[in-house]
Design a protein around this ligand. Structure first.
Ligand code: TYD
Ligand code: MG
Length: 461
């Protein structure tokens, strides 16, 4: 379809980037409904800036001829941030930081930029959303000193930004945010699928060809995906999500994709009046407000990446006032909760069919670790029976459909963390104790359990 001279109208799926010449109700690419939006894209001539990029590209070489080098990284000295990235920002890599508005993406990236510039790394911070003065005000709150190597510019025209990059040749560039920058040759408006994709692709090429570490900030849509096409996630090297409950000061940084490190790492921060502060021992915070010996409260040593920490699982079971029972879970998969509830009913004989069940993971964390299953089942059962677990007891174990307690991975790290925080006992899967464990526990007593009923009998008595 052609409207004006050189202008082509296409429809693009907002979630997967699939293109079509006409509007479609259902996307053949990702199966999403009502996801097509109209885009007019100019059939564009190759720009000078792009031509510059192309001439910089290397010719193919034999794999054997490439000398292997360790990737060079810029370390920000914000330990939580560096660890999540796999040891710092890789030179020439592109990192996308997604998160809800107001969660602290700009604060985090500015803080990283300040730290880098303090070490003599030249940084360009492109702030498309806030004026230079606003960014300065923010920097004054979070920076320890004046930054001789940090350049700020308020610009949204990508071609101008690329010119600045060429002129300044910074080692690190932050684009805040990828949704506000636009390529003027493209007919569509900033923030549209085509724009976001095109800008990200151009910036990625620039990063690779010049060895610039690029940090792109992206907003998240209501359903949690980074706005714009999924394609964005394919283009970049690393995708980080910055999350947290709106009214809690704690923020969690997690990776969903990392070409240069593990995707399991997690960083914890606290938002204070002086910016984000690293939280080195999250367990203490997650357990700090725990009421002692209340029914329904269970502590579980979960593992996020390589790092164990303890979270409190709270269950509340109350008789349903209406005909329809409710199962609600916060920070835990609701389907998994229903499954564990069914196991309690069918295999353990706890009658929950007329009960509302609420489950909450304290501190705004989201638990996907199957080792939390037994803890969740016991939280529900403990609330139903109104029998609290002793407050010095932690619980570990994956639960199968036959109510058997299955072994969990990395048990030593988990038990060490529980002991470090003063726990005296821990329910562990019996199978974990069968294999030899290299563990020296001083004060933590292990209670082996082989199924849910056995664990429940221990708290009933
Ligand atoms: P911001 O980084 O602007 O969020 P985003 O870029 O993700 O939209 O963070 C905004 C919030 O952080 C705002 O509500 C104020 C708060 N904040 C602090 O509490 N302390 C600080 O030092 C800073 C800079 C921000
Ligand atoms: Mg911002």
């Amino acid at each position: 379809m052609k409207s004006k001279a050189g202008l082509k109208t296409v429809f693009v799926c907002q979630s997967c980037g699939q293109e079509s010449s006409r509007w479609l109700g259902k996307c053949p690419g990702c199966g999403g409904w009502n996801s097509f939006v109209e885009e007019s894209s100019a059939v564009k001539p190759v720009k000078d800036t792009q031509r510059g990029l192309l001439s910089n590209m290397d010719a193919p070489v034999l794999l054997g001829d490439i000398s292997s080098i360790h990737e060079k990284r810029h370390q920000t000295s914000i330990k939580e941030f560096d660890r999540v990235l796999g040891g710092g920002m890789v030179v020439g890599s592109v990192t996308l930081i997604g998160g809800d508005p107001g969660i602290g993406k700009s604060t985090l990236s500015l803080q990283a930029a300040c730290r880098l510039s303090e070490q003599g790394v030249k940084v360009l911070y492109v702030s498309g959303e806030e004026s230079v003065a606003q960014t300065k005000m923010r920097a004054d709150r979070i920076a320890r000193q004046n930054n001789p190597n940090l350049f700020i510019v308020n610009q949204i025209d990508l071609n101008v930004v690329i010119e600045f990059i060429n002129k300044l040749s910074p080692a690190v560039v932050v684009i805040d945010s990828i949704q506000v920058v636009y390529e003027s040759n493209l007919g569509s408006s900033p923030g549209s699928v085509g724009q976001v994709r095109e800008c990200a692709a151009l910036l990625t090429q620039l990063a690779k060809s010049r060895g610039i570490s690029m940090m792109l900030i992206g907003h998240v849509t209501k359903d949690g995906a980074i706005a714009g096409p999924r394609v964005l996630e394919h283009i970049v090297d690393t995708v980080l999500y910055f999350e947290g409950e709106r009214y809690s000061a704690y923020r969690v940084l997690r990776t969903t994709k990392n070409r240069f490190g593990s995707t399991n790492e997690l960083g914890v921060f606290e938002m204070t009046s002086e910016g984000l502060v690293e939280v080195e021992n999250p367990s203490e915070i997650f357990l700090s407000e725990r009421a002692k010996a209340v029914s329904g409260s269970v502590v579980v040593p979960i593992l996020e990446g390589t790092r164990p920490f303890l979270v409190e699982v709270q269950g509340l079971v109350s008789r349903s006032a209406f005909g329809m029972v409710r199962h609600r879970a916060q920070g835990f998969d609701a389907n998994r909760l229903s499954l564990l509830t069914a196991v309690l009913e069918k295999r353990v004989g706890i009658r929950l069919e007329d009960q509302d069940i609420f489950l909450n993971i304290v501190g705004g964390v989201r638990v996907e670790d199957p080792a939390a299953d037994l803890g969740v089942a016991l939280a529900v059962a403990s609330s139903f029976l109104d029998k609290p677990l002793p407050s010095d007891t932690a619980v570990l174990g994956e639960v199968g459909l036959a109510a058997e307690v299955r072994s969990v991975a990395h048990i030593v790290a988990r038990l060490n963390e529980a002991e470090k925080l003063g726990f005296k006992k821990c329910f562990v899967p019996k199978n974990n104790l069968k294999s030899r464990m290299d563990i020296r526990l001083k004060s933590l007593q292990l209670i082996p359990v082989s199924d849910v009923r056995e664990a429940l009998d221990l708290i009933r008595n």
